[in-house]
Write a protein that binds this ligand. Sequence first.
Ligand code: KG4
Length: 333
Amino acid sequence: MLILAFESSCDETAVAVVRDGRTVLSDAILSQADMHAIYGGVVPEIASRKHIEGIAALTDQALREAGVTRGDIDAVAVTYGPGLIGALLVGVNFAKSVAYALGKPLIPVHHLRGHIAANYIAFPELEPPFLALCISGGNSMLVDVQDYTEMRIVGATRDDAAGECFDKVARVLGLPYPGGRPMEELAGGGDDHAYVLPRSHVADSDLDMSFSGLKTAVVNLVHNAQQKGEALDRPGLAASFAAAVSDELVPRAILAAERYGHHTVVAAGGVAANSRIRGDLERACREHGLRLYLPPLKLCGDNGAMIGCQAYYEAQCRRYADMSLNAYANLEI
Ligand code: KG4
């Protein structure tokens, strides 16, 4: 089954051609990050406009790179939530038009199911069940994945997402958007004990997490230092921050895996590219006898291939949509 897949939930326009879920024939991505960097974060209206400008040419590119024609496509897939509503609507409406014009079925895909599915592309042997740690710019959650299309959230952030926290802290340190990668580079060689930063405790749920206290602590620390004219140990602060984020995520992922009877942990989303978090996950999983799958860096961020992959499994369950498909800023997994 040859699927043409669209992703436009945030600031990447992505179109991919995927065969039978796991074979990626092309994965064309147009990042708008440089444009949003001017403003220090994603400007939703600009994101929507850039998706409109880029999506048609990117579709031609994806088909060309895959070496297929429109007539070869068996189904059209699209991310329909969660994400920026205007940005999502561009992908959903374009995909609907393509499906209608080609007379092919339309498959709606949840963005986070897509992030999890990125691992199926990288690891042909991987199959559910497993515990997924989904950490992106807009979401941080623990997902009990029972089957390709059967999953439930067992823990989530009560406020900011991990990626959002990286981006805000990067901004206060004068680093460019998106801040995750620059923060990681700054942290290199820094002392992760240089600063004492808070770890959260969510009273009524040991699997839920919180990042807003950590974010505020770093912002206050930086502002206080600036007001007093004190020098900051910037690499030490970045390293201490990464350690705090990792402490928020890794022990909960292990706890959730054990509680829900999983032997496998899978990481997903843009923040899963972080070397501190990857290293801590590797160590913790080894200590607890859990198998760990870490997606390669290029499959951590938003891409169309992961949507094409998940769409294949949605299609096996005949989860198709008709032309009334809408986009949703918030959407249950
Ligand atoms: O999954 P993604 O590409 O988009 C969403 O679906 O949200 O994630 C983007 C997020 C941004 O917040 C970015 O700063 C973060 O992933 N990120 C990282 C790293 N690379 C990207 N965070 C920490 N360390 C990294 N190396």
